[in-house]
Design a binder for this molecule. Structure first.
Ligand SMILES: Nc1ncnc2c1ncn2[C@@H]1O[C@H](COP(=O)(O)OP(=O)(O)OP(=O)(O)O)[C@@H](O)[C@H]1O
Ligand SMILES: [Zn+2]
Length: 733
């Protein structure tokens, strides 16, 4: 924790002026404080101020000239770098855009709660004593691997010698090895742009050159890097990163679900010789602080991080890459509802740095910006190494019907068989966790619903529980129906990945199969290992949710079966078509990335659906053109603006009354439509009743001003009532 200099103001002389201090709490206003004499404060300085009965941390937002009068005084100043003007501007901008309280946005940039958890020292072992009295082959291997007396991490030694950690421990007990702390892990080793320069194809080289030029120009500008799956987008944007490193400037690579990108880190290390600075929620304590300091000093040249990395104090940002820019995970749904891709563009503008948005399936917003010339459009239309994109086919489930209680069609089963015989891997994609999405009583029709949410409980057989995916409520699956008390009358309805695994085990008992979803027992570490094992060909059939759909490289995978291609298309969400198109194009893109060509089969009840036809045609332009036309006709983003207001309360009456009162205060205006209030699709969530209002405006309308004016005129939220504003909503629950 940075040191705090407390001010001793007993010898007060004269006046020091005033400052407005923003406090990282849910407050929109900066508060004025008097500056004690002798203390010089400037905007961005991190200070301690009294707030109510406590002292709290805050940031000087502006300096006034007034006399302090009877204002409370600043009580201390932290010895740490100030928040620079660019970061303060970003905070102001995000707060303006999202309507979040400025203090809440500041909290994203000022993660400096005193975190003194000491960094756990990593321990290594060194060969230092006589051989053990009892020698075994494993012990001999471990000793041989430690030859030379170097200090080695225990896990690395175990791996090098192919022995378990217990073998090493036994040698420590025997006095053959000694344990010593390893040097601290570097958080910011310098990447070497010349470490392993790839040989780029002509098409790749051309795009890389354009990106390198944008880094050299040192000015703001956005490029859409649109490349089919397996085209080498990563390889290409690494060249831009390399150029930024050569210029001594910093790069930020934003990615979704950072914890699962072990493959990405390995690739970065293979290209640059060191790991990037990693910023995500699992990096804590002292290490987090060290990285933050290295970023602020400019020592850390490349940061790969989840969306919160957007608010770090870069000293000299020369490039921002947003990988998989279409990912819904970039939108933060709780607290400050910001979209990290959009705010990355804002930060690029503030820092005067180029921004690269990379995707195989760009969002409609980004595509339209590229088409209108606001963004440069760089394309990689072919897979690297002359590999073909997988051939896609539809299976009409109305004709090729699976048996009752089964989900795989004859055509898909046959394709898996062929693959098994050829020793190639198959992926079955079903975006449904658990065993079955619904449980009901065969006798009385009772359905298991969450007591806190408008949602069915999902049957998780592996965990022997019924679970709510919205609030986490868990209950045991009973043996009799709780309503009619008939024993053994409960049936599972519909498939989840666990149920599919059961079907696979029955159909292909000899195949090595694995279920991969976020419920994977053993946490992300185990999951990472299993993903590696899949990449190395250790499984024949992978049954997975969206977790395996993107970003992974499985060279032996030649077949992808989409179990329910209609699943995402039936929701009322305006982005349903886009999301489904992206998800299915990503998942089918897992096939045929290695030596052998791949194919994909999509099971559907609606083979005429335009999204599926566009997918199979292999012509994304067709999809984008049709989707743009329908969004434009409906005035939806990016052709219009959208915001959602969710009014929630402990009772339905409170929520409804407040929502109605709010709706009555909405001002009519040119190009403005207010819809609702109506019950939100998730009418009850975590015990809170929810009503929803939607505002849709023309592009020219200043949506933020409109919303601010409206909320100001509207009724105060009393009692348990809360109003949450979501500008550019991505989910419509
Ligand atoms: N110029 C190159 N030289 C050697 N290997 C390359 C080159 N370009 C791409 N590759 C390899 O091709 C594979 C696909 O590349 P990459 O993962 O960068 O593609 P991508 O476009 O990001 O794919 P996706 O969108 O599916 O994640 C990787 O294994 C990568 O190492
Ligand atoms: Zn629930």
């Amino acid at each position: 924790m940075a040191q705090l200099d407390l001010i001793d103001d007993r010898e007060e002389t004269g006046q020091g002026g005033t400052v407005d201090v923003l406090i990282p709490l849910g407050l929109d206003q900066a508060y004025s404080y008097a500056v004690p004499p002798g203390l010089a404060l400037a905007p961005g300085d991190v200070v301690q101020v009294p707030l109510g009965p406590r002292e709290t941390v805050g940031v000087v937002w502006s300096v006034g000239s007034g006399r302090g009068g009877n204002l409370k005084k600043v009580t201390g100043k932290y010895d740490m770098p100030p928040l620079d003007p660019a970061l303060r501007k970003l905070v102001d901008w995000v707060a303006w855009y999202t309507l979040a309280a400025k203090g809440s946005v500041l909290a994203l940039a000022l993660r400096r709660q005193p975190d003194d958890t000491p960094e756990r020292p990593r321990l290594g072992v060194r060969l230092a004593g006589p051989p053990p009295a009892r020698m075994t082959p494993a012990r001999a291997r471990a000793i041989a691997a430690a030859e030379g007396g170097l200090l080695i991490a225990k896990s690395a030694l175990a791996e090098a010698a192919s022995v378990s950690a217990a073998v090493i421990d036994s040698l420590v007990d025997a006095g053959t090895f000694v344990v010593e702390p390893l040097p601290r892990e570097a958080v910011a080793a310098l990447p070497d742009p010349a470490h392993a320069v790839p040989e780029l194809s002509d098409g790749q080289a051309e795009v890389a050159q354009a990106l390198v030029a944008s880094v050299q120009a040192k000015t703001y500008g956005v490029s859409l890097l649109e490349g089919v799956t397996g085209s080498g987008k990563t390889e290409v944007y690494f060249e831009a990163v390399a150029e930024a490193v050569r210029l001594g400037r910093q790069s930020l690579i934003l990615m979704p679900e950072i914890a699962l990108t072990a493959q990405f880190i390995d690739r970065f290390e293979a290209r640059f010789g060191v790991r990037p600075g990693l910023w995500h929620s699992a990096v804590t304590g002292r290490k987090r602080e060290r990285l933050q300091a290295a970023i602020a000093s400019g020592e850390a040249k490349v940061v790969a991080g989840a969306r919160s990395a957007l608010f770090l104090p870069y000293r000299d940002l020369g490039l921002i890459v947003v990988d998989e820019e279409h990912e819904p995970a970039y939108k933060q749904e709780d607290g400050v509802a910001y979209h990290a891709r959009d705010m990355a563009v804002v930060r690029g503008r503030i820092e005067n740095a180029p921004v690269v948005l990379a995707s195989a399936t760009p969002s409609l917003e980004t595509r339209v910006n590229a088409e209108r010339g606001r963004y440069a459009h760089l394309k990689l239309p072919e897979r690297f190494g002359g590999r073909e994109l997988p051939k896609l086919g539809l299976v009409d489930l109305r004709r090729d019907k699976p048996e009752r209680g089964r989900w795989l069609s004859g055509a898909l089963i046959k394709a898996i068989e062929t693959n098994l015989e050829a020793g190639e891997q198959s992926l079955l994609f079903l975006n449904r966790r658990g065993y079955a999405p619904l449980t009901l009583c065969r006798d009385c029709g009772h359905r298991f619903q969450c007591p806190n949410c408008t949602a069915w409980l999902v049957d998780h057989r592996f965990r022997r529980a019924l679970v709510c995916h919205h609030c986490g409520h868990v209950e045991r699956r009973p043996h009799e129906c709780p309503a009619c008390h008939k024993p053994e009358s409960l049936v599972a309805c519909g498939p989840g990945v666990e149920r599919l695994a059961e079907e696979v085990a029955t159909l292909f008992p000899q195949a090595r199969s694995i279920v991969l979803s976020s419920d994977f027992p053993g946490g992300t570490e185990r999951l990472k290992q299993e993903l590696m094992a899949v990449a190395q060909g250790e499984f024949d059939i992978v049954i997975g949710t969206q977790l395996v759909a993107k970003g992974h490289n499985f060279p032996g995978m030649t077949l992808v079966g989409v179990v329910d291609a209609d699943l995402g298309l039936t929701s009322g969400d305006p982005r349903a078509a886009e999301r489904t198109f992206q998800a299915l194009r990503q998942v089918t893109g897992r096939a045929g990335r290695g030596e052998k060509p791949g194919r994909a089969l999509l099971q559907t009840h609606d083979p005429e659906h335009p999204v599926l036809k566009a997918l199979v045609s292999g012509d994304p332009e067709r999809f984008y053109a049709a989707e743009e036309a329908s969004r434009e006709a409906a005035g939806l983003p990016p052709f219009g603006r959208l915001a959602a207001l969710i009014v929630s309360a402990n009772s339905q009456a409170e929520a409804e009354n407040h929502a109605r009162a709010l709706a009555r205060c909405a001002e009519a205006g040119e190009g403005i439509v207010v819809l609702g209030p109506a019950e939100a699709p998730l009418a009850v969530l975590r015990g809170r009743h929810r009503m929803r209002l939607i505002v849709r405006t023309a592009r020219e309308v200043n949506l933020q001003d409109y919303l601010r004016g409206w909320l100001k005129r509207g009724p105060r939220a009393k009692g348990s009532v809360r109003v949450a504003v979501d500008v550019d909503p991505q989910s419509f629950l």
